[in-house]
Ligand binder design. Structure first.
Ligand code: NCD
Length: 348
Protein backbone atom coordinates (compact mmCIF):
# COMPACT_ATOMS: atom_id res chain seq x y z
CA UNK A 1 0.00 0.00 0.00
CA UNK A 2 2.95 2.36 -0.49
CA UNK A 3 1.82 5.53 -2.29
CA UNK A 4 3.75 5.86 -5.53
CA UNK A 5 4.93 9.32 -6.61
CA UNK A 6 2.79 10.45 -9.54
CA UNK A 7 4.24 9.72 -12.95
CA UNK A 8 4.09 12.43 -15.55
CA UNK A 9 5.67 10.36 -18.28
CA UNK A 10 2.20 9.25 -19.32
CA UNK A 11 1.72 12.67 -20.85
CA UNK A 12 -0.72 15.48 -21.03
CA UNK A 13 -3.94 13.47 -20.88
CA UNK A 14 -2.97 11.87 -17.64
CA UNK A 15 -2.18 15.26 -16.08
CA UNK A 16 -5.42 16.78 -17.33
CA UNK A 17 -7.57 13.94 -15.98
CA UNK A 18 -5.75 14.09 -12.72
CA UNK A 19 -6.29 17.85 -12.31
CA UNK A 20 -9.99 17.41 -13.05
CA UNK A 21 -10.15 14.67 -10.45
CA UNK A 22 -8.47 16.92 -7.88
CA UNK A 23 -10.89 19.75 -8.53
CA UNK A 24 -13.77 17.37 -7.91
CA UNK A 25 -12.28 16.23 -4.60
CA UNK A 26 -11.58 19.76 -3.43
CA UNK A 27 -15.12 20.84 -4.26
CA UNK A 28 -16.48 17.98 -2.16
CA UNK A 29 -14.65 19.20 0.91
CA UNK A 30 -15.42 22.92 0.50
CA UNK A 31 -19.13 22.25 0.01
CA UNK A 32 -19.35 20.85 3.47
CA UNK A 33 -16.43 22.17 5.49
CA UNK A 34 -17.89 21.26 8.86
CA UNK A 35 -18.44 17.62 7.92
CA UNK A 36 -17.01 15.02 10.25
CA UNK A 37 -15.06 16.96 12.83
CA UNK A 38 -14.63 13.91 15.02
CA UNK A 39 -11.06 12.68 14.69
CA UNK A 40 -11.44 9.61 16.91
CA UNK A 41 -9.48 6.69 15.49
CA UNK A 42 -8.23 8.72 12.52
CA UNK A 43 -4.73 8.54 11.05
CA UNK A 44 -2.83 11.76 10.35
CA UNK A 45 -0.59 10.81 7.44
CA UNK A 46 -0.94 13.75 5.06
CA UNK A 47 -2.35 17.20 5.64
CA UNK A 48 -4.83 16.15 2.93
CA UNK A 49 -6.36 13.77 5.46
CA UNK A 50 -7.81 16.83 7.19
CA UNK A 51 -10.31 19.42 5.99
CA UNK A 52 -10.34 22.99 7.27
CA UNK A 53 -12.88 22.30 10.03
CA UNK A 54 -10.71 19.46 11.33
CA UNK A 55 -7.56 21.58 11.24
CA UNK A 56 -9.40 24.33 13.12
CA UNK A 57 -10.57 21.80 15.69
CA UNK A 58 -6.96 20.74 16.35
CA UNK A 59 -5.81 24.37 16.65
CA UNK A 60 -8.64 25.16 19.06
CA UNK A 61 -7.87 22.16 21.24
CA UNK A 62 -4.18 23.09 21.21
CA UNK A 63 -5.10 26.55 22.50
CA UNK A 64 -7.08 24.99 25.34
CA UNK A 65 -4.23 22.68 26.28
CA UNK A 66 -1.77 25.59 26.24
CA UNK A 67 -4.09 27.51 28.54
CA UNK A 68 -4.56 24.57 30.89
CA UNK A 69 -0.80 23.95 31.15
CA UNK A 70 -0.24 27.69 31.66
CA UNK A 71 -2.51 27.54 34.68
CA UNK A 72 -0.37 24.77 36.12
CA UNK A 73 -2.91 22.09 35.21
CA UNK A 74 -1.96 18.47 35.79
CA UNK A 75 -3.89 16.68 33.12
CA UNK A 76 -5.21 13.12 33.16
CA UNK A 77 -6.85 13.31 29.72
CA UNK A 78 -5.00 10.26 28.38
CA UNK A 79 -4.32 8.43 31.65
CA UNK A 80 -4.08 4.72 30.94
CA UNK A 81 -3.24 5.19 27.25
CA UNK A 82 0.08 4.28 25.68
CA UNK A 83 1.90 6.04 22.84
CA UNK A 84 4.57 4.21 20.83
CA UNK A 85 7.15 6.41 19.07
CA UNK A 86 8.93 4.57 16.29
CA UNK A 87 11.73 6.66 14.78
CA UNK A 88 13.98 5.42 11.95
CA UNK A 89 15.41 8.91 11.28
CA UNK A 90 17.04 11.52 13.49
CA UNK A 91 14.75 13.75 15.55
CA UNK A 92 14.89 16.05 18.55
CA UNK A 93 11.80 18.26 18.57
CA UNK A 94 9.26 15.99 16.96
CA UNK A 95 9.88 12.89 19.06
CA UNK A 96 10.44 14.68 22.34
CA UNK A 97 7.45 16.99 21.93
CA UNK A 98 5.18 14.03 21.12
CA UNK A 99 6.52 12.15 24.13
CA UNK A 100 6.25 15.19 26.37
CA UNK A 101 2.72 15.76 25.08
CA UNK A 102 1.72 12.22 26.04
CA UNK A 103 3.31 12.55 29.49
CA UNK A 104 1.63 15.93 30.03
CA UNK A 105 -1.70 14.31 29.21
CA UNK A 106 -1.12 11.67 31.88
CA UNK A 107 -0.41 8.90 29.37
CA UNK A 108 2.60 6.60 29.00
CA UNK A 109 5.22 6.29 26.28
CA UNK A 110 7.16 3.38 24.82
CA UNK A 111 9.81 4.24 22.26
CA UNK A 112 12.25 3.04 19.64
CA UNK A 113 14.09 6.33 19.26
CA UNK A 114 16.77 4.92 16.99
CA UNK A 115 14.93 2.26 15.00
CA UNK A 116 17.69 2.05 12.41
CA UNK A 117 20.00 0.49 14.96
CA UNK A 118 17.96 -0.81 17.83
CA UNK A 119 14.68 -2.17 16.42
CA UNK A 120 14.24 -5.56 14.77
CA UNK A 121 14.43 -3.75 11.41
CA UNK A 122 18.18 -4.36 11.86
CA UNK A 123 17.41 -8.08 11.68
CA UNK A 124 15.33 -7.62 8.55
CA UNK A 125 11.84 -7.22 10.03
CA UNK A 126 9.34 -5.44 7.76
CA UNK A 127 7.29 -2.37 8.74
CA UNK A 128 4.23 -4.60 8.43
CA UNK A 129 5.36 -7.02 11.12
CA UNK A 130 6.78 -4.32 13.38
CA UNK A 131 3.51 -2.40 13.27
CA UNK A 132 1.35 -5.51 13.83
CA UNK A 133 3.32 -6.19 17.00
CA UNK A 134 3.26 -2.62 18.31
CA UNK A 135 -0.52 -2.42 17.93
CA UNK A 136 -0.68 -5.00 20.70
CA UNK A 137 1.32 -2.74 23.01
CA UNK A 138 0.13 0.80 22.24
CA UNK A 139 -3.06 2.78 21.57
CA UNK A 140 -1.47 5.24 19.11
CA UNK A 141 1.70 5.13 17.01
CA UNK A 142 3.88 8.03 15.89
CA UNK A 143 6.32 7.01 13.17
CA UNK A 144 9.21 8.69 11.33
CA UNK A 145 10.87 6.79 8.49
CA UNK A 146 13.04 7.73 5.49
CA UNK A 147 10.73 6.20 2.84
CA UNK A 148 7.95 8.28 1.24
CA UNK A 149 4.69 6.40 1.82
CA UNK A 150 5.98 4.48 4.85
CA UNK A 151 3.47 6.13 7.22
CA UNK A 152 0.55 5.19 4.96
CA UNK A 153 1.90 1.65 4.91
CA UNK A 154 2.16 1.59 8.71
CA UNK A 155 -1.42 2.86 8.98
CA UNK A 156 -2.59 0.03 6.72
CA UNK A 157 -1.13 -2.60 9.05
CA UNK A 158 -2.32 -0.83 12.23
CA UNK A 159 -5.85 -0.44 10.94
CA UNK A 160 -7.18 -3.93 11.83
CA UNK A 161 -6.31 -3.25 15.47
CA UNK A 162 -7.92 0.21 15.35
CA UNK A 163 -4.66 1.91 16.33
CA UNK A 164 -4.22 5.36 14.73
CA UNK A 165 -0.89 6.26 13.13
CA UNK A 166 0.53 9.78 13.03
CA UNK A 167 3.17 10.54 10.42
CA UNK A 168 6.16 12.28 12.01
CA UNK A 169 7.92 12.53 8.64
CA UNK A 170 8.14 10.05 5.76
CA UNK A 171 11.37 10.92 3.98
CA UNK A 172 10.88 13.85 1.60
CA UNK A 173 7.11 13.27 1.74
CA UNK A 174 5.11 15.01 4.44
CA UNK A 175 5.21 16.14 8.06
CA UNK A 176 1.59 17.05 8.84
CA UNK A 177 1.87 17.83 12.56
CA UNK A 178 4.69 20.27 11.80
CA UNK A 179 2.32 22.06 9.41
CA UNK A 180 -0.33 22.17 12.15
CA UNK A 181 2.07 23.73 14.63
CA UNK A 182 3.24 26.14 11.94
CA UNK A 183 -0.35 27.30 11.37
CA UNK A 184 -0.87 27.57 15.12
CA UNK A 185 2.26 29.72 15.38
CA UNK A 186 1.37 31.96 12.44
CA UNK A 187 -2.08 32.60 13.87
CA UNK A 188 -0.68 33.31 17.31
CA UNK A 189 2.04 35.62 16.03
CA UNK A 190 -0.07 37.48 13.45
CA UNK A 191 -3.60 37.19 14.86
CA UNK A 192 -5.10 35.53 11.75
CA UNK A 193 -4.24 33.44 8.73
CA UNK A 194 -6.49 34.94 6.05
CA UNK A 195 -4.95 37.72 3.99
CA UNK A 196 -1.31 36.96 4.80
CA UNK A 197 1.61 36.93 2.35
CA UNK A 198 3.61 33.83 3.18
CA UNK A 199 7.04 33.14 1.71
CA UNK A 200 8.50 29.63 1.91
CA UNK A 201 12.27 29.53 1.41
CA UNK A 202 14.98 26.95 0.86
CA UNK A 203 14.86 23.29 -0.12
CA UNK A 204 11.28 23.09 -1.33
CA UNK A 205 11.96 19.92 -3.29
CA UNK A 206 12.99 17.68 -0.40
CA UNK A 207 11.52 19.57 2.57
CA UNK A 208 8.59 17.61 3.97
CA UNK A 209 7.61 20.45 6.31
CA UNK A 210 7.00 22.81 3.38
CA UNK A 211 5.17 20.11 1.42
CA UNK A 212 2.65 19.83 4.23
CA UNK A 213 2.60 23.51 5.15
CA UNK A 214 1.91 24.71 1.61
CA UNK A 215 -1.15 22.46 1.37
CA UNK A 216 -2.31 23.47 4.84
CA UNK A 217 -1.99 27.19 4.08
CA UNK A 218 -4.14 26.75 0.99
CA UNK A 219 -7.09 25.94 3.23
CA UNK A 220 -6.99 29.69 4.01
CA UNK A 221 -7.01 32.76 1.79
CA UNK A 222 -3.27 33.43 1.60
CA UNK A 223 -0.79 34.56 -1.05
CA UNK A 224 2.20 32.29 -1.38
CA UNK A 225 5.68 33.00 -2.69
CA UNK A 226 8.05 30.06 -3.11
CA UNK A 227 11.76 30.92 -3.00
CA UNK A 228 14.29 28.27 -3.91
CA UNK A 229 17.22 27.52 -6.19
CA UNK A 230 15.87 26.30 -9.52
CA UNK A 231 16.93 22.69 -8.83
CA UNK A 232 15.13 22.65 -5.46
CA UNK A 233 11.70 23.92 -6.49
CA UNK A 234 8.46 22.70 -4.97
CA UNK A 235 7.22 19.62 -6.90
CA UNK A 236 5.42 20.78 -10.03
CA UNK A 237 2.33 18.68 -9.40
CA UNK A 238 1.73 20.26 -5.98
CA UNK A 239 1.96 23.80 -7.34
CA UNK A 240 -0.23 22.91 -10.34
CA UNK A 241 -2.91 21.42 -8.14
CA UNK A 242 -3.05 24.28 -5.64
CA UNK A 243 -2.99 26.92 -8.37
CA UNK A 244 -5.81 25.12 -10.18
CA UNK A 245 -7.71 25.30 -6.92
CA UNK A 246 -7.40 29.09 -6.83
CA UNK A 247 -4.42 29.83 -4.56
CA UNK A 248 -2.10 32.59 -5.77
CA UNK A 249 1.40 31.10 -5.91
CA UNK A 250 4.53 32.78 -7.26
CA UNK A 251 7.93 31.13 -7.69
CA UNK A 252 11.26 32.94 -7.64
CA UNK A 253 14.87 32.54 -6.56
CA UNK A 254 15.12 36.12 -5.25
CA UNK A 255 14.57 36.15 -1.48
CA UNK A 256 15.24 39.87 -1.08
CA UNK A 257 12.45 40.80 -3.49
CA UNK A 258 10.04 38.26 -2.07
CA UNK A 259 10.59 39.54 1.47
CA UNK A 260 9.50 43.09 0.63
CA UNK A 261 5.78 42.26 0.87
CA UNK A 262 6.03 39.20 3.11
CA UNK A 263 4.27 38.88 6.46
CA UNK A 264 5.83 35.48 7.12
CA UNK A 265 9.18 34.16 5.94
CA UNK A 266 9.41 30.42 6.57
CA UNK A 267 13.07 29.44 6.23
CA UNK A 268 14.18 25.85 5.75
CA UNK A 269 17.42 23.89 5.79
CA UNK A 270 18.87 22.47 2.58
CA UNK A 271 18.18 18.77 3.26
CA UNK A 272 21.70 17.32 3.08
CA UNK A 273 20.57 13.75 3.74
CA UNK A 274 18.38 13.69 0.59
CA UNK A 275 21.20 14.45 -1.88
CA UNK A 276 22.87 11.66 -3.85
CA UNK A 277 25.91 13.81 -4.64
CA UNK A 278 27.60 15.72 -1.82
CA UNK A 279 29.04 18.23 -4.33
CA UNK A 280 25.53 19.30 -5.32
CA UNK A 281 24.65 19.88 -1.67
CA UNK A 282 27.87 21.87 -1.16
CA UNK A 283 27.01 24.19 -4.07
CA UNK A 284 23.48 24.79 -2.82
CA UNK A 285 23.81 24.82 0.95
CA UNK A 286 24.42 28.57 1.31
CA UNK A 287 21.84 29.64 -1.29
CA UNK A 288 19.93 31.78 1.22
CA UNK A 289 21.17 33.18 4.52
CA UNK A 290 19.12 35.37 6.83
CA UNK A 291 21.16 37.61 9.10
CA UNK A 292 20.55 40.62 11.35
CA UNK A 293 20.86 43.01 8.40
CA UNK A 294 18.03 41.16 6.61
CA UNK A 295 15.85 41.46 9.71
CA UNK A 296 16.54 45.21 9.88
CA UNK A 297 15.66 45.62 6.20
CA UNK A 298 12.37 43.72 6.72
CA UNK A 299 11.08 44.72 10.17
CA UNK A 300 7.51 43.55 9.45
CA UNK A 301 8.47 39.97 8.66
CA UNK A 302 7.77 37.21 11.19
CA UNK A 303 10.55 34.67 10.75
CA UNK A 304 9.83 30.96 11.20
CA UNK A 305 11.94 27.82 10.76
CA UNK A 306 10.98 24.22 11.62
CA UNK A 307 14.53 23.72 12.95
CA UNK A 308 17.19 22.42 13.09
CA UNK A 309 18.93 25.33 11.40
CA UNK A 310 22.44 24.98 10.09
CA UNK A 311 23.83 28.20 8.59
CA UNK A 312 20.70 29.62 6.96
CA UNK A 313 19.80 31.82 9.95
CA UNK A 314 22.74 33.43 11.73
CA UNK A 315 22.65 33.38 15.56
CA UNK A 316 22.46 37.20 15.75
CA UNK A 317 18.90 36.96 14.41
CA UNK A 318 17.72 35.14 17.54
CA UNK A 319 17.38 38.35 19.54
CA UNK A 320 14.89 39.96 17.16
CA UNK A 321 11.38 39.91 18.63
CA UNK A 322 9.92 38.75 15.31
CA UNK A 323 12.28 35.75 15.07
CA UNK A 324 9.64 33.29 16.24
CA UNK A 325 11.25 29.88 15.66
CA UNK A 326 11.85 28.98 19.30
CA UNK A 327 8.26 29.88 20.21
CA UNK A 328 7.23 27.82 17.17
CA UNK A 329 9.04 24.74 18.54
CA UNK A 330 7.35 25.24 21.93
CA UNK A 331 3.94 25.33 20.22
CA UNK A 332 4.63 21.82 18.95
CA UNK A 333 3.87 20.55 22.43
CA UNK A 334 0.32 21.95 22.53
CA UNK A 335 -0.52 20.96 18.98
CA UNK A 336 0.72 17.40 19.53
CA UNK A 337 -1.25 17.18 22.77
CA UNK A 338 -4.32 18.11 20.72
CA UNK A 339 -3.56 15.62 17.95
CA UNK A 340 -2.99 12.74 20.39
CA UNK A 341 -6.07 13.53 22.47
CA UNK A 342 -8.36 13.90 19.46
CA UNK A 343 -7.34 10.70 17.67
CA UNK A 344 -7.84 8.88 20.95
CA UNK A 345 -11.34 10.36 21.27
CA UNK A 346 -10.62 12.86 24.05
CA UNK A 347 -10.90 16.65 24.38
CA UNK A 348 -9.16 19.41 26.33
C1 NCD B 1 12.17 19.00 10.14
C2 NCD B 1 12.08 17.58 9.60
O1 NCD B 1 12.51 16.63 10.26
O2 NCD B 1 11.54 17.47 8.51
N1 NCD B 1 12.45 19.04 11.51
C3 NCD B 1 11.41 19.00 12.38
O3 NCD B 1 10.68 18.03 12.44
N2 NCD B 1 11.16 20.09 13.12
C4 NCD B 1 12.98 19.92 9.33
C5 NCD B 1 14.39 19.54 8.97
O4 NCD B 1 14.91 18.50 9.37
O5 NCD B 1 15.01 20.33 8.26
Amino acid sequence: MIEKPLEFSKGFFFVREWLVQIQVNVTDVSENPAANTDLTGRNIISIRDLNRAEVELILREAERFEEQLGHGGRLRTLAGSVLATLFFEASTRTRLSFESAMHRLGGAVISTPDGRHTSSAVKGETIADTIRIITGYADVIVQRHPAIGSAREAAHYAQPAGVPVINAGDGAGEHPTQALLDLYTIRKERGALDGLNVTLVGDLKHGRTVHSLLQALCLWDVNITLVSPDSLRMPFETVAELTANGTHIEETSNLEEAAVNADIVYMTRIQKERFTHTEEYETLKDSFIIDAAFMRRHPNVTLLHPLPRVDEITPDVDDFENAAYFRQAQNGLYVRMAALALVLGEHA
